[in-house]
Design a binder for this molecule. Structure first.
Ligand code: SF4
Ligand code: SF4
Length: 291
């Protein structure tokens, strides 16, 4: 994968909305519990305006209602889902599966384009017991297999192999959900503030500035989905549209810095997240060439 292919990305491939940066859990590997940023809920007007704009684009991105927090904590989450469906956009919804708003998940999965991922993260012994009960409850709450959307349960591969109670697997299978196992590192817990040394062999240039637009809960814009303190986010003083921002001078400068690995002094310098891994990404993403 060469950066050349992303020189004029024109449209983001993914638009992430940070519905809220609040979470009801404190997973051991996640920086959410030590976040100093104020807890906020995304303003409805910002969301509404953004979705109206996105639905007018010639190339539509996937919409993700998640960055660092639990989207079901936003009281207007069901309305957001309805609006995304009404605009016929692809929705990928992430939840930790512990807030029992089954009716919202059913509504999301009633759309064949939509995906719900229940993310288990990296579980401590205590979390395993607690989350095991929650997952059982959720899996038994509905006949998920009858819905046209895709339900996925995502865990960490080593956790699963070594520790996870295998009875979870049969529950997940019985519910018609897919079990997806990932390497530790794709999770929100890869907090760049922890300054984990870069993992040898990774491409240090990150794909996110080329593919992913983030609308933070305070309405600022950015591109990093694991930026706990939103330190890479940018205010939008000129009230640019999302597409103007994406193709504007600030994002262009960020991309130049990533191309040249000029990352010193930013949280990217220490990030070991697998978003760096362009080889892995290449297998799941075919970039758009023209507008
Ligand atoms: S990993 Fe997800 S569910 Fe766990 S504390 Fe962080 S944001 Fe919340
Ligand atoms: S390098 Fe890390 S901190 Fe920087 S944009 Fe990519 S994922 Fe975020």
């Amino acid at each position: 994968m060469s950066f050349q292919m992303f020189d004029s990305p024109h449209h983001p491939k993914f638009v992430h909305f940070e519905t809220t940066n609040k979470c009801n859990l404190q997973c051991s590997m996640c920086g959410n519990s030590s976040m100093v940023r104020e807890h906020r809920l995304l303003n409805w007007d910002v969301f509404y305006k953004s979705i109206c704009e996105i639905s007018s684009w010639t190339i539509k991105p996937s919409i993700l209602l998640h960055t660092i927090g639990e989207p079901l904590l936003h009281p207007l989450c069901p309305d957001m889902v309805r609006m995304i469906h009404a605009k016929n956009l692809h929705l990928h919804f992430y939840t930790n599966g512990t807030i029992h708003k089954t009716e919202v998940l059913i509504e999301i999965l009633s759309d064949p384009q939509s995906v719900v991922t229940i993310s288990l993260g990296l579980l401590s012994e205590l979390e395993k017991e607690h989350r095991g009960c929650q997952i059982s409850r959720l899996m038994n709450a509905h006949n998920w297999a009858t819905l046209p959307g895709k339900l996925v349960v995502r865990g960490i591969i080593d956790d699963y192999k070594n520790n996870i109670d295998k009875s979870w697997h049969s529950l997940i299978e019985k519910a018609g959900a897919l079990l997806e196992l990932t390497q530790e590192g794709n999770q929100a817990g890869q907090n760049p503030r922890t300054k984990i040394p870069p993992v040898t062999g990774y491409n240090r240039k990150c794909r996110l500035p080329f593919t992913s637009l983030v609308v933070y809960a305070d309405g600022s814009l950015g591109y990093c989905v694991i930026d706990f303190e939103a330190s890479l986010s940018m205010k939008n003083p000129k009230d640019e549209t999302l597409l103007e921002f994406w193709n504007g001078s600030m994002m262009s400068s960020v991309r130049q810095n990533h191309k040249k690995s000029h990352l010193i002094g930013s949280i990217c310098e220490y990030c070991s997240c697998r978003h760096h891994n362009w080889k892995q990404f290449n297998s799941i993403y075919v970039p758009e060439k023209t507008v």
